[in-house]
Design a protein around this ligand. Structure first.
Ligand code: SAM
Length: 374
């Protein structure tokens, strides 16, 4: 059955009639307790696939909408619309959905937010995610502020891969970008703590915004050569709460390469996998590498293998989705795992062909990055 998508209108009962394969690895909760049923014969042998044939293997889980930074390209300086705590999925709810998705072919999981390290219990959650059968790679994206205190705990939780956002190497500019005073020192200490604790490789994300930090491209390249980090420049996307995105503010992949090459010649290298978001380059003298994530100037939607689960339990099939799929309602109203699996199949089937940023009638979604999870 691998790779064949059932008709999304089929109920699990109908799917059961289609196959007599033994079920692997899915648990189903029922009113009478938590037990294994073979409602979904065949599901476990299948992968989530959309109507364009893209297989979905990557999941981003936003565990909170709270963040201690207010980056200019992401969160409002004065957010008024945090979700009430009761609306956020509990760790048990996240784990249940994660297990179902592992059974449907998700292999890579990234824990994000908001700022994920702010939510109490996140380290234990990561440890439990790592134990889910099928998850081959568990990572976390953080602003790094709490890493000095938490890097050791993350090692104890099984050393997830860590990505830290770092948008300037200059304290004043960093404050201007994060709208959080005296934050650079803490983030740099966080990167050091992660490396010292053995959380390797540490990745560093830099969102470039013209007029703010594009004069630091070469300084960042120098950092990538000096430190044991994997650096990723990211093009600014129209997902900011202030709605200040303009095409002129986007520093494109081409410009980034053009800025670095005269100082440190670059050689493009193959991506690790076709669905990898970053274009990869190594320095011609062999010392380190950089990546560029260019969703605006070089969209990679055709290879997209990602879905996102928001902190309030909505499934998003694209960063720029105008429609979301409410899983929390199912989870909190007695749905069986088989129903939820069916729901995921149906939602993924409808995944958008692409983000449409470059279309003349593009409309920025209401939900901004801090509420989606990058
Ligand atoms: N708080 C964590 C952090 O700072 O990394 C995780 C959440 S943050 C939303 C995840 C990633 O999204 C970060 O690397 C951030 O730089 C990126 N991001 C946020 N808004 C963006 C935008 N408008 N365009 C491009 N990347 C963005």
């Amino acid at each position: 059955m691998r790779g064949r998508l059932p008709d999304p209108r089929l109920t699990p009962w109908a799917i059961r009639r289609l196959t007599d394969r033994p079920l692997r690895g899915l648990s189903f909760s029922t009113n009478s307790g938590y037990r294994r049923l073979d409602l979904l014969r065949g599901f476990a042998e299948m992968v989530l696939k959309d109507k364009f044939g893209r297989e979905i293997h990557d999941l981003r889980i936003s565990v909170t909408d709270r963040c201690n930074f207010s980056c200019i390209y992401c969160k409002s300086a004065d957010p008024k619309n945090y979700f009430p705590h009761r609306d956020l999925l509990s760790w048990e709810e996240f784990l249940r959905l994660s297990r179902i998705l592992a059974g449907l072919g998700i292999r890579k999981v990234r824990v994000t937010g908001g700022e994920p390290l702010l939510r109490s219990g996140v380290v234990d959650f990561i440890a439990r995610l790592r134990r889910i059968d099928g998850f081959e790679d568990v990572a976390i994206t953080t602003n790094g502020y709490l890493l000095p205190e938490m890097a050791g705990e993350l090692v104890a939780a099984g050393s997830p891969r860590v990505t830290v956002s770092l948008d300037s190497l200059d304290p004043a500019k960093f404050t201007r970008m994060t709208r959080t005073p005296r934050s650079l020192e803490k983030v740099m200490a966080g990167i050091d703590a992660a490396l010292e604790a053995g959380l390797k490789p540490v990745k560093v994300n830099i969102v470039l915004v013209r007029g703010f930090n594009d004069d630091e491209i070469v300084d960042f390249a120098r950092l990538a050569r000096k430190r044991d980090i994997v650096l990723r420049f990211i093009e600014f996307m129209p997902l900011d709460a202030d709605h200040s995105w303009k095409r002129e503010l986007v520093v494109t992949a081409r410009e980034i390469v053009a800025a670095i090459t005269p100082v440190f010649p670059l050689i493009e290298i193959p991506r690790h996998s076709p669905s990898e978001t970053a274009l990869r380059y190594r320095f011609a003298d062999g010392q380190g590498e950089i990546g560029i994530i260019a969703p605006v100037s070089i969209p990679f939607c055709g290879q997209c293998s990602r879905i996102r689960l928001t902190a309030d339990g909505k499934l998003r099939t694209c960063l720029f989705s105008m429609e979301e799929h409410d899983v929390r309602h199912l989870v909190r109203n007695g749905a069986m795992d088989s129903d939820i699996g069916q729901f995921f199949f149906n939602a993924v089937h409808q995944k958008e062909s692409g983000h449409r940023i470059n279309e003349p009638d593009f409309v920025q979604p209401d939900r901004t990055m801090v509420y989606i999870g990058g």
